[in-house]
Design a protein around this ligand. Structure first.
Ligand SMILES: [Ca+2]
Ligand SMILES: [Ca+2]
Length: 75
């Protein structure tokens, strides 16, 4: 068994949670992702996390922004 790199994990998460396949994670898609990643439930929590990691403030989470989140959350 090989360990997944964080970049591979991000690809995997995008496969699952970018449900409209536009290449970015919207707020709505982000809720499901956060529930999976952090076992945190609720729109409020995910909205706070969303704001923190949407570093260019375009209202969606790109792959590079999600990579920062994964790096941060999963050491
Ligand atoms: Ca999307
Ligand atoms: Ca962004």
């Amino acid at each position: 068994m090989t360990e997944m790199t964080h970049a591979e994990m991000v690809d995997e998460l995008f496969d699952i949670y970018d449900t409209n396949e536009d290449g970015v994670i919207s707020r709505g898609e982000f809720v499901g992702l956060i529930e999976c990643l952090l076992q945190e439930k609720g729109v409020h929590v995910s909205s706070d996390i969303f704001k923190t990691f949407d570093t260019n403030h375009d209202g969606v989470i790109s792959k590079s922004e999600l990579l920062v989140l994964v790096d941060d959350m999963l050491i």
